[in-house]
Design a protein around this ligand. Structure first.
Ligand SMILES: [Zn+2]
Length: 362
């Protein structure tokens, strides 16, 4: 039969159909996050620093691949750190893929196939840790999401530029999309619950993530998390409000937040985020120490103790944070203290035996 609908109208219907499908996707992903948060009692606990803990277990991370190096050399240590965080009360564990990129593995001599397998492995290790944990703690009592960590282009460069957001003029939106696209697909297909875009230092990269998610056939939700060194803007100097607005507009994004930022800035940043988004707010600050990109080490500046850190938790929760954890230099002790201050006392008691045993084994 010939066309009965004029082309323009057909195109319009197609556009409307696509928009309706995007709305349905958005609703489904939003509900998924809402159900998860409800199951955690309203506020989910995110895990803490991975690199610090791997080093504490004896891993040598002196390599541009950083914590991703352990995917090769000591996956059992990664699994152990995931378990330590789960037993400290974490509802969300982040995979060891922050600095794991296809390009990084290729430059180390791995084939494209091997490189993609290493990315998948980061997710599989976290899924395995969750399975082990849920053999003891029923998922109904302690739900756990596996979040596939995606560091910025600067994290791949390993020159500290994720703390400046300055990639130079030659890096365009397309450069960033081309850099991240395949990695996002591989990680999403490996079976995590959510994609965690972390330590996002500038607006251009947030835009690249949003476009990859909207263009691609990614079926799982994502969060966008930014870092700030002045408590107002993201580290590049781009407006946090502009960055958060990109996250808010992306149908796949179900939480927007701040990570790897000193605790003292977090309260103000939560209030800023609330001006541009109604999506759940996520925060996982660092310990307050400062990263020196030249020396490639953390220097104590206005560092806070676990007790100081945790004294903020109630304030952050009251200000509207719905996912709270720690970033660099925080430990299972920090996460246990967060769990406790969110009134998840019973969980901490249940896991006390685990921690006694694991500290005896050290
Ligand atoms: Zn960090």
């Amino acid at each position: 039969m010939g066309r009965t609908i004029p082309l323009e109208e057909e195109e319009k219907e197609e556009v409307e159909g696509t928009a309706a499908a995007a709305d349905a996707d958005r609703d489904e992903l939003t509900m998924m996050m809402r159900d998860f948060l409800a199951a955690t009692g309203g506020c989910a606990v995110v895990d803490g620093g991975l690199a610090t803990e791997l080093e504490a277990h004896g891993a040598d991370l002196n390599d541009p691949l950083w914590s991703a190096k352990c995917l090769l050399t000591s996956p059992h240590l990664i699994r152990q750190v995931h378990l330590d965080y789960l037993h400290s009360g974490a509802n969300i564990i982040l995979t060891a893929s922050y600095q794991a990129t296809i390009q990084g593995f290729l430059s180390k001599g791995f084939s494209p196939h091997e490189s993609e397998n290493l990315l998948r492995k980061s997710v599989l290790i976290a899924l395995e840790a969750r399975d082990l944990f849920h053999q003891k703690h029923h998922p109904h009592h302690h739900p756990v999401f596996v979040a596939a960590s995606i560091g910025s282009y600067g994290a791949y460069l390993a020159d500290g530029s994720e703390y400046s957001g300055d990639y130079g003029q030659s890096v365009t939106l397309d450069t960033l999309k081309d850099f991240h696209r395949r990695r996002v697909q591989v990680l999403a297909q490996a079976g995590p619950d959510i994609l965690a875009f972390e330590t996002t230092p500038n607006k251009l990269e947030a835009q690249a993530y949003a476009e990859i998610l909207e263009e691609g056939d990614v079926k799982i939700p994502a969060w966008f998390s930014f870092n700030s060194k002045d408590g107002v803007n993201v580290v590049s100097g781009d407006s946090l409000l502009d960055c958060a607005a990109i996250a808010d507009a992306c149908s796949k994004v179900v939480a927007v937040g701040i990570n790897c930022t000193p605790p003292r800035f977090i309260h103000g940043l939560i209030l800023s985020l609330k001006k541009v988004t109604k999506k759940p707010i996520l925060i996982y600050p660092n310990s307050g120490e400062r990263y020196d990109p030249d020396k490639k080490e953390w220097v104590a500046s206005t560092g806070v103790t676990d007790d100081d850190f945790v004294s903020y938790v109630t304030v952050w929760r009251q200000a509207g944070a719905a996912l709270i954890g720690g970033c660099c230099r925080t430990t299972p002790n920090t996460i246990r203290a967060i769990t406790r201050s969110l009134n998840k006392q019973s969980f901490v008691l249940i896991c006390r035996e685990y921690h006694q045993l694991s500290s005896e084994n050290k």
